[in-house]
Design a protein around this ligand. Structure first.
Ligand code: FE2
Length: 197
């Protein structure tokens, strides 16, 4: 399969002032594209190049896993963001999940920020569905819930390249802004509706 850079689902300046065009540009054009280019080089003419991205994530290890997972994680991250996003979700299955499993949006937000702050070093914070229940899951480096069987619903990239230009060392501020202004609840809702019962 010919791996291509998935298009951004919004203009690079569309998330400003909550995520600047410069942050989106560098994160997408340098980091995301860089992982994809490195994956293509790593695969070369290998038969593994015929696999889907998901198959590569599940079936590879070492550097190839890191590159494939980073491409997958970044595709998922961009879809997790939207202009005018964040704040409590509208009434519906996502709002019901937050109420049932976290006690509502503000408690979800609190836990999201704390889990993100406690993820030492680089990684991600995910909202996943595991055994039918919503769970906030931190993963280190390139690790992804796809490889563990949990259903990913939402992700925040907490590598420094995701926030340093806009918030310097204030990861907490980035995570708060993510919850208040950036979450694409429609994407979460679509992932939830496709999750196995
Ligand atoms: Fe990233």
């Amino acid at each position: 399969m010919d791996f291509v850079l998935s298009p951004l689902p919004f203009a690079k300046d569309a998330l400003a002032p909550f995520m600047s065009a410069r942050t989106v540009d560098i994160h997408y054009e340098k980091h995301h594209r860089g992982y994809l280019d490195a994956l293509r080089r790593d695969l070369g003419g290998s038969p593994d190049a015929e696999q889907s991205l998901g198959e590569l994530v599940l079936g590879s290890s070492g550097q190839r896993f890191n590159l494939a997972a980073q491409v997958y994680n970044h595709q998922f991250f961009w879809e997790s963001l939207t202009p005018g996003g964040g704040g409590p979700p509208l009434r519906g299955p996502v709002a019901e999940l937050l109420e049932r499993d976290f006690g509502g949006f503000s408690r979800f937000r609190h836990e999201w920020v704390e889990v993100g702050m406690n993820r030492f070093g680089s990684g991600y914070v995910w909202l996943t569905l595991e055994d039918g229940a919503g769970e906030i899951l931190p993963t280190p480096n390139a690790e992804t819930p796809l490889a563990t069987g949990a259903v990913p619903l939402l992700v925040a990239d907490v590598w420094e390249h995701a926030y340093y230009l806009d918030h310097l060392d204030q990861r907490r501020r980035y995570l708060e802004v993510f919850c208040d202004h950036l979450i694409n609840w429609d994407f979460v809702s679509r992932n939830l509706s496709r999750a196995p019962e």
